[in-house]
Design a protein around this ligand. Sequence first.
Ligand code: NAP
Length: 259
Amino acid sequence: MALELARRGCRVVATARRQERLAELATTADEYEPMLHEAGDICDPGFRRHLVEVAVTRLGGLDLVVAAAGGGGIGRFRDVDPRLLDRILDLNLVAPAELVREALPHLANGRDPAVVLIGSILGLHPLPLHAAYAAAKSGLHSLAACLRVELAAEGIDVTMASLGPVESEFWESLLEGTRPGWSRGRGMPPERAAEAILWGVARRRAEIVPGWQAKGYAFLARYAPGMIDRWAARGLRRDSMATAATEPAAPHRPSGDEP
Ligand SMILES: NC(=O)c1ccc[n+]([C@@H]2O[C@H](COP(=O)([O-])OP(=O)(O)OC[C@H]3O[C@@H](n4cnc5c(N)ncnc54)[C@H](OP(=O)(O)O)[C@@H]3O)[C@@H](O)[C@H]2O)c1
């Protein structure tokens, strides 16, 4: 998204925690438009405030906020670390909401101002093993719907992007667990997702669902959610059976020990 914006001549402040990756990104963006970058944790309220200040003081204002940082965690709800729910909600729901709140007074003075929230098709209908993540992204959908109406009077647009699989470091950066076997497959290139989102922002679309995989899922989520549940339950069963088959067999007990 940051590169795509720079390519269109926008002046961007990019953020993430890893300074060296941001520096690489800014070097790539130099070809189009110099990019500022600030490293920090988006879950830290002080950092969010600082980020908005940097944009306002160094760029002279704010026209667009893209709340994209996010991450998942995989596992059965009863088995995962109980702290996972808080961490996922904080990163995927509270941080974007509070970043937008921080930016609103400045967006109100922006040119054609807009907010983009990066959600997931799992916010439209959840999949098992993603309880916390799906709950957070579903909350983001509600937030977007509410803000869209509230901010219309101030001329601030809100676009919700519901992404399906996108090639990224998402699965390497999980807060817990590993990618389930039944969710394998190639996603769409990130630059195509970014292009689709910016196409939607330019047209003031309330929601963007980039790519046929995501559109197919969104269709089922709306009209046949039971099909998704049955497909996911089958995948879950297959994965459990595969795990059971690779686990070492229980030591043989002489029949005399049996109760
Ligand atoms: N990839 C998919 O298939 C997919 C599908 C649906 C929705 N999404 C959503 O798309 C968005 C982007 O994810 P992605 O797929 O591009 O995954 P990604 O490659 O893991 O990117 C996540 C980005 O967020 C940053 N980030 C993570 N935690 C952060 C924190 N606490 N503070 C600041 N920055 C943080 C990461 O940089 P640092 O690690 O350096 O902080 C990284 O730049 C997320 O909201 C995700 O939920 C992705």
